[in-house]
Write a protein that binds this ligand. Structure first.
Ligand code: FAD
Length: 432
């Protein structure tokens, strides 16, 4: 590929950077490690502060990236090495075997229907199941299934082949092997996003021990019409539809035991999730426990106000110290100090949601070493000149955007992605 940019990570930031670069006439190679582009935004039900349907905004961009003549998509792929320098990078990319021929597959889905084997769905944050041959979600790009070899009976025991038997296109290929692809690029944009903090070590909150204590991403999937409960807010212990919920902010953020930084989006997504609970079931009562509310974006403060005025949402200033299980009804009871009055109180609810921190991708050290870039003290990408070159990394020609740079919301990720594409364009046009 001539005059090209390599983009690593196909979430909203990587997709936006790819579309911008491609529309400027540059060749783009977009590398995504999972079977589909889309990233975390695809998992969200609605987005603050407008409560627009996340997929309705994301899907057209995914389609544009998937069909653009200037964009080469490499999904289920990862970058193995990068050599060279700005203006002449050479990357080696491993395209993992899907065990399905992308050229032959018609996307009919019969293989998925007939597959008898199941595993936890990563897309549904473990709240639902998927088959051993699967597409992560209905709007996936490309709409080509992948066989998860760790859960496929044929790969484990040498028996089954149901998907092959029913595939009229003859697309199943158990012998397919990983491919190594070499790409030349003048600039690289890193957009590998974030992972989610696992609250299990915070024993006081009972995550993993109390069934009706779940994470915010698990809640997103419960609340989504395409999720495992078809959008009904059924709690895990007994399937009861909930109408009394608590949200706990700063779980794994602003905490000396885990991450000192603010994850920047939790006050807003917690409020959004509480508003959605009310929209699902008018009258639902939500309580949000916070340290201080961070509503710094455009119309964010008004959003919080509306939550209080119109959606039966109460904000309590205090970080809960403990969650106990009421064994009679499986309700979590939250113990907290109301820091506005200094009183210690408890609140029993039907479901407690932990607004978990956004953390750097778990493989960021490996990625940083492949790209020879530095990370900051928290593990996000280091920007040596955050004031005048906020999307540059410590290596010339390698730019970063979205949450891999720092936790941020979708609009800010998109703005930064466009900035990274513009900066890459300078290099691709002969600048330095
Ligand atoms: C519970 C929750 C609710 C939220 N709600 C909202 C909301 O309502 N409104 C809002 O504005 N924001 C919201 N956000 C924030 C929003 O999710 C982020 O702003 C957005 O997803 C950032 O996009 P991104 O592309 O930077 O990262 P991601 O969405 O994480 O995408 C990164 C992509 O890179 C891929 N990748 C990772 N590592 C590699 C690798 N080594 N090689 C190749 N590919 C890789 C990943 O598979 C992924 O597809 C929410 C966040 C959470 C946790």
């Amino acid at each position: 590929m001539n005059n090209s940019v390599l983009i690593i990570g196909g979430g909203i930031a990587g997709i936006q950077a790819a579309i911008d670069s491609a529309n400027m006439g540059f060749q783009v190679c977009l590398v995504e490690k999972s079977p589909s582009i889309g990233g975390r935004m695809a998992q969200l039900d609605k987005t603050f502060p407008t409560n627009d349907c996340a997929m309705c905004i994301l899907a057209p961009k995914m389609i544009e990236a998937g069909q653009h003549a200037n964009i080469k998509l490499l999904t289920y792929s990862e970058v193995l090495s990068v050599e060279g320098e700005v203006g002449k990078f050479k990357a080696k990319i491993k395209k993992k075997a899907r065990s399905v021929d992308e050229e032959k597959c018609t996307g009919c889905g019969i293989c998925i229907e007939k597959c008898p084997w199941k595993a936890d769905s990563e897309f549904d944050a473990g709240m639902g199941k998927r088959k051993a041959i699967y597409v992560p979600f209905p709007q996936a790009i490309p709409n080509v299934p992948v066989i998860d070899r760790e859960h496929c009976a044929y790969f484990l025991k040498g028996k089954c082949r149901a998907c092959e038997r029913f595939c009229e296109a003859g697309a199943i290929n158990y012998d397919q092997e990983d491919e190594i692809i070499e790409v030349e690029a003048k600039a690289i944009i890193l957009a590998t996003g974030f992972d989610l903090y696992d609250p299990t070590p915070l024993r006081e909150y009972g995550y993993g021990r109390i069934q009706n204590v779940i994470t915010a991403m698990e809640y997103e999937r419960l609340s989504s019409a395409s999720g495992p409960t078809a959008g009904e807010l059924k709690r895990p212990s007994d399937g009861k539809i909930v109408s009394d919920i608590a949200f706990i902010q700063c779980v794994g953020s602003r905490d000396v035991r885990s991450n000192r930084y603010c994850s920047s989006v939790c006050c807003m997504y917690g409020t959004k999730e509480a508003i959605l609970a009310y929209e699902h079931r008018p009258g639902t009562k939500s309580t949000i426990f916070y340290i201080d509310l961070r509503a710094v974006g455009k119309r964010f403060q008004e959003y919080i106000q509306r939550a209080e005025d119109e959606y039966n949402i109460t904000y309590i200033r205090g970080r809960p110290g403990n969650i106990e299980l009421n064994r009679r009804n499986q309700n979590p009871t939250i113990w907290y100090e109301d820091t506005t009055t200094g009183e210690t109180k408890s609140l029993e609810v039907e479901l407690a949601i932990l607004c978990q921190a956004l953390i750097p991708p778990r493989d960021i050290q490996k990625t940083a070493s492949i790209l020879s870039i530095e990370l900051d003290e928290y593990g996000f990408v280091k920007t040596p000149d955050g004031l005048s070159h906020p999307v540059d990394t410590t290596r010339a020609g390698i730019l970063a955007c979205g949450c891999v740079h720092s936790p941020k919301d979708i609009p800010d990720s998109v703005v930064q992605a466009s900035a990274a594409a513009a900066r890459a364009a300078e290099i691709l046009s002969g600048g330095t």
